[in-house]
Design a protein around this ligand. Sequence first.
Ligand code: HEM
Length: 205
Amino acid sequence: MYGLINKAIHDFVLDQFDQATWDRITERAGIPGKVFEPMEQYPDAETYTLVASASDVLNMDPEDILSGFGHYWVIYTGIHGYGDLMKSSGSSFEEFVSNLDQLHTRVGLAFNDLKPPSFKIKREDVGTLLVTYTSERPGLVPLVEGLFHGLAERFGQSIEIEHLGPGQGEHDELFRITVLEEPDPDKAIDSVTAGCPFTPDAKTE
Ligand code: HEM
């Protein structure tokens, strides 16, 4: 995966904990002091090992780490050079999820070897969506759930997620998502209201 992801995991740990915790995580992962460059590619195994090591060091379930990171990622990308892309991808949870494939296609213009996930959305009923997540990478359902919750908060909405299990395709996972509220700008959580330590227009790439 591109280093952008691993670097965000580093920033997530520093934001929630401290440098010493990150050092323990990289040591346990067998990559002490490793610095990740956003535009360089690293083996997926390194990302999975980082999550497993974080789970050991922090004594947290890996699922909780993935879901917390997914939540963080929505804010992170908004302030690390991708704010315009995030803004132009929709103004409600449903609209944004419908545009996720397009968003990653645009990301792929800069990251040539991107192997992005795919999200297909179908309205089942008023306020109920069936979302198919497709990825060859295993074990990332909790990440996707955290991302969905982060996206809903971005628009001041709340959602309930039911993971229905594998879908029809070999690499499909199916979710039923109930959208409980309309978008509400007064409740929307952006980088500033989230109390994120980074400045809104900080760019690290
Ligand atoms: C502008 C914002 C975003 C950027 C720049 C971005 C970029 C990326 C990058 C670089 C990867 C690694 C893929 C690779 O290296 O092959 C990735 C993976 C991923 N992205 Fe995004 N992304 C963004 C927003 C989102 C959002 C809002 C979601 C919400 C669902 C999302 C879902 C995922 C997932 C689940 C993966 C893991 C890879 C997989 O499932 O196979 N991304 N993204």
